[in-house]
Design a protein around this ligand. Sequence first.
Ligand code: ATP
Length: 576
Amino acid sequence: MLKEFFKRYWWTYLLGSFFLIIVDLLQLIVPRVIGNIVDALKVGLNDISALKLSIISIFMIALGVFMARFFWRILIMGSARRFEYYSKKILFEKLLSLSPSFYDKTRVGDLMARFTNDVRAVRMAMGPAIVMIVDAIFLTSVTIIAMGTMVDWSLTWIAIIPLPFLAMVTSFFGKMIHNRFKSVQESFSDLTDTVEESVSGVRVIKSYGIEDLRYETLKKKSQDYVNKNMRLVRVWGMFFPLIQLLASIGYIIATFYGGRKVILGEITLGEFITFTAYLGMLIWPMMAIGWVINLIQRGRASYKRLLDILNRESEVISKDPVAAKKLQGHVIIRDLTYRYPGSERVVLDNISMEIKPGTKVAIVGTTGSGKSTIAKLIARLYQVPDGKIFIDGIDINKLPPETVRENISYVPQETFLFTDTIKGNIAFGIEDDEEERIVKYASVAAIHEDIVQFPKGYDTLVGERGVTLSGGQKQRVAIARALIKETPIVILDDCLSAVDTETEARILSSLVNSTEKKTIIIISHRLKAVRDANVIYVLHDGKIVGHGTHEELIESNELYRRMYERQLLEEKLEEE
Ligand SMILES: Nc1ncnc2c1ncn2[C@@H]1O[C@H](COP(=O)(O)OP(=O)(O)OP(=O)(O)O)[C@@H](O)[C@H]1O
């Protein structure tokens, strides 16, 4: 990633460093001009125009410094910001390309930390650290040379003795400040998490009457945040006075030996003043050496963490992909035994099924029996071994991702809507947002009537800043979003659980009747809603324990009959 970036933007660093060096050189002139004025005044300067000339030259230098500073900042810091954008972009592209198994194993918080803290650490190493390196190397050497050649070498060597200690102290404190700052940040996010959780879970807190307990937790976390901040304030409090102390030792030495040399007539007063000004100019590059060590170390560690994500490969790969095409929707699963990546547990045990194009197939069974896993594998969210799942006779491993996306609509168990209008959420999977098509599929998903009841209709905002949809409404919006893609295969993974049985059955029958023949795979806990499916597969503990029509299964399958009777009984009890 860095290589490609530098290949494109190396010139900004080169030009930026050039301006930085100009600033450093121009800054060196001012103490010299002042020193000359002092010497001239001392010997009785009576020409005011010479003084004016010196003042004009100082002003011109300041103007030059102003411009050169502006340019290096834009060039170097600007490139570091550009890197931030570039790295976040490719990181995000990578995240979109990775398969669900990656997300099964990665915490969202960890990814967010890489997006924020790690990218920032690398940016710091590519912006401020570069400036510090240039300053540390160039400003230090030219200032020391200027001190030695323009004033006196022996005085220079003595006066700079305390300066390396400045770099050591800065490096030491820099590390300490970083560690303490990190723990302040952790404490802060812990505190905000608690506040956020308490606010969003306020109803649960109140219903359990645990307000006092929550208050105590919050008080403890606030106190911890204050304590950690105090630890940070203490190091900052020590750091700058210590730097000043070390710097003033340099001044004491310079004043003692320099003053002596002025008295003995070895250097002039003006040279002495120039010398002390140069000494002051060395403090910053010395501190820069200390900081830069930490910045580079942190940048390197963070860069490794970014590469760790960028070097991941999606676990779902298409070998010798066939050309993308429109599928009919004939799904065959042959002797499929499946374990999730990194897990030893057999989730599907020797499964075989055939789903003919244009039919409605239901998968039912006990919880955790592997129903959703079958849906996810057909939708190619996880990699399966070769020769196990075929669509239209093509091994699913040969189907390119775009063919899968264009031919399969998968509605997962958990509904997720974006902070957008209802219209935007439904039209999400398609390029255009034709009003008519949106209304058509909202009607199929039995959500149109609900939407027109809202004051802003389809333009109603969903999410925190908009209306709160009920669980069932959210599910139906998600179904409309999947249907609008008009794919030959639709997989509904128990995505109607928050809708009543009648509405579920209505949605399913309007889906069957709505458009051209689709292959519909539906996973449901409610057997009544899928009674009319062409084939129903019954799963238990990863195995298919029966299949057939509803009537056939009632006759022949013990598990299915028991599940169905229990549901009828529950329904009856609810009615009473
Ligand atoms: N990403 C995953 N990694 C590892 N194991 C998983 C993963 N997802 C599901 N499982 C395991 O696979 C088994 C089958 O899960 P699956 O979600 O397919 O069941 P299900 O029949 O759909 O259940 P339910 O009806 O409760 O939704 C479960 O034991 C579950 O713990």
